[in-house]
Design a protein around this ligand. Structure first.
Ligand code: ATP
Ligand code: MG
Length: 575
């Protein structure tokens, strides 16, 4: 995640102080209020419980709950649980936890499409009685083949003109379980020549002999998304049913059903552009496959774009909300740079994450003139961005670990860190000078011998001299071993699957596990605790953490890495 492109605009200050935002959805809501059509908006977030929520859903959640909050209305959480085959209680639970974690609250307005199955069935009977729906015995394939194309009209089913009595009888027998899966469906009788394929006698009910997480075996026919969604909105008094653009073509059907059924209110559907992110796939179907095929550790793997994955990775909810505010809401599909999300997250973490010392690729340093056996505690500021975060004491001693790449035996130009004969500052401690390099039989550097200047305690020299580099360090006797998981994009190209095989684009180096050494204050880090390892990046303690054996996920690197400096040969990061 090193190649982020910072966006031009700064992120918002967070959910407590929402900026004055305007987008076409908010314009519509404001106009409806101004014209007296509504007093306050009622929105809903309608996930299908067939997987975990991802960052695309977060955009929809921020929009639906955000609009409700800003205009004094309310937002429902409604599970679109009309397909029992793919739905599980685990998903219902995870979705609620994720919405709450993002900072939103549906109050008592938790609903399920399955709450309305009886009412939906009654409305289906009304359509049949009005000659507006019929039972079709054609197979799914036959229905697809006779639906026509964008340029050719569809053709009528041979069962389209069944009598109302026969339709009522067959539909009742469908419900009673007399027929097998797929043997019959209920279809609306609209117009097989409509230019909108969604109006060519769409399917309203399917036979599915499967237990439902909530209704058990009470039903073996289930309404389609189209038949459930608008009517559920109407039952709940939803005023603005906000969904993504792929549903635009369904809107005439949504309106047709609301118009032809005696529903208690008349909701309207509005469509916005779904979120697409570079290096990322936002499709529950694909994410499920990554989980079941073991490409990742689970739905909450820190590489996953799921809300639970981002949380485990260490992305704060505030950063995700800021990102949603930053990208806004539009009616045109686009692909957002994942760097924009990282930018929003870094802005929050820079403010909130305490600084700590951790070494990921340790190289031993021995300070020859430092008294053997002596330990002193140096005072280190926790967060220069936040004086209220205070300071902590970190043990310093004769033997230390520093980062291997903070030393070069033969330093290239602009490399200002440690090298033979060179003096650097050990952060908050002393200046040290490298006097000797110890190698193993293979010629690999295994230890540096140094001297320190006792007059530089705290990191400043009385004579005002200033080394060009300040290094982080950990006292060898006090260091706590930590498993550190370094993450990169899950996919190796910005447009995964563009060449055809999505799974071939999985990044084999998306996770690297290293044995790090961290300062003793992190021994008992709590899962979810986020810190900045100075000069390395933001890290979050993983749920796998155990007392005395911390496990950290790298949330993000800091922006300016040495690699970048090298490649651009711009300003050095040292100093
Ligand atoms: P996926 O395509 O990932 O399987 P979905 O649309 O099937 O997602 P739902 O559970 O039906 O998932 O989505 C719930 C709500 O979230 C819907 O209103 C949907 O429009 C919205 N949503 C889903 N994906 C995105 C996205 N990438 N950007 C914005 N909103 C999204
Ligand atoms: Mg869906």
């Amino acid at each position: 995640m090193n190649d982020s492109t910072p966006p031009p605009a700064a992120p918002s200050p967070g959910a407590d102080a929402p900026p004055e935002r305007r987008d076409f959805i908010r314009e519509i809501v404001a106009a409806d209020i101004a014209a007296g059509r509504i007093r306050a908006p009622v929105t809903r977030f309608p996930p299908e419980p067939n997987g975990y929520l991802h960052i695309g859903h977060a955009k929809s959640i921020c929009l639906n709950f955000g609009v409700a909050r800003e205009f004094g209305g309310r937002c429902h959480l409604r599970f679109d649980d009309t397909n029992p085959v793919k739905e599980e209680q685990e998903y219902l639970d995870a979705i609620q936890a994720d919405v709450r974690w993002l900072g939103f609250d549906w109050g008592e307005h938790l609903y399920h499409a399955s709450d309305y199955f009886e009412q939906l069935y009654a409305w289906a009977l009304n359509l049949i009685e009005g000659g507006l729906a019929y039972v079709d015995d054609q197979t799914a394939d036959e229905i697809r083949e006779t639906r026509g194309t964008l340029t050719a009209p569809g053709t009528h089913s041979p069962h389209r003109d069944r009598s109302i009595e026969e339709n009522l009888d067959l539909f009742a027998r469908m419900r009673a379980g007399e027929f097998s899966d797929g043997a019959r469906v209920l279809r609306a009788k609209i117009d097989m020549t409509s230019p909108n394929i969604n109006l060519r006698d769409p399917v309203l009910y399917r036979i599915v002999h499967a237990d439902h997480p909530r209704t058990g075996d009470a039903w073996c026919i289930y309404p389609t998304y189209d038949f459930a969604h608008g009517q559920s909105d109407a039952i709940e008094g939803v005023t603005h049913s906000i969904c993504t653009l792929e549903f635009e073509g369904h809107r005439p059907l949504y309106d047709w059903l609301v118009e032809h059924l005696s529903v208690p209110s008349a909701p309207h559907q509005y469509e916005f552009a779904r979120l697409n992110l570079t290096y990322t796939v936002l499709s529950k179907r694909v994410l499920l496959r990554l989980v079941t095929e073991g490409h990742v550790r689970g739905w909450d793997d820190p590489r996953m774009p799921t809300i639970s994955g981002l949380r485990r990775r260490g992305f704060p909810a505030e950063g995700i909300r800021d990102f949603a505010a930053m990208i806004g809401v539009a009616r045109t599909d686009s692909v957002i740079e994942v760097g924009q999300l990282e930018f929003a997250v870094r802005a929050v973490l820079n403010r909130t994450a305490p600084r700590r010392f951790g070494v990921l690729d340790p190289l031993r340093v021995v300070i020859d003139n430092y008294p053997e056996g002596q330990v002193e505690e140096v005072e280190v500021v926790n967060n220069p961005e936040d004086p209220a975060a205070g300071s902590r004491r970190v043990p310093f001693s004769r033997e230390l670990w520093i980062e291997r790449d903070d030393f070069a035996e033969d330093p290239p130009p602009k490399f200002f860190r440690l090298a033979p004969g060179r003096e650097v500052r050990l952060r908050a401690a002393y200046f040290v000078t490298c006097t000797d390099v110890v190698k193993d039989g293979a010629g690999r550097v295994v230890e540096l011998r140094c001297t320190y200047d006792p007059a530089t305690r705290g990191g400043d020299a009385p004579d005002g001299r200033r080394p060009k580099a300040t290094l982080h360090w950990v006292s060898a006797a006090h260091a706590v071993p930590a498993e550190v998981r370094l993450y990169d994009h899950l996919f190796s190209r910005p447009d995964p699957g563009a060449d055809g095989d999505l799974y071939a684009d999985l990044n084999p180096a998306s996770e690297t596990v290293v044995d790090g050494l961290v300062e003793p204050s992190l021994a008992d880090a709590l899962p979810g605790e986020t810190v900045q390892f100075e000069r390395l990046g933001y890290f979050c303690a993983d749920p796998d953490t155990r007392p005395g054996a911390p496990v950290f996920n790298r949330t993000l690197t800091l922006r300016d890495t040495w690699a970048k400096v090298q490649s651009k040969s711009g300003q050095p990061k040292d100093g």
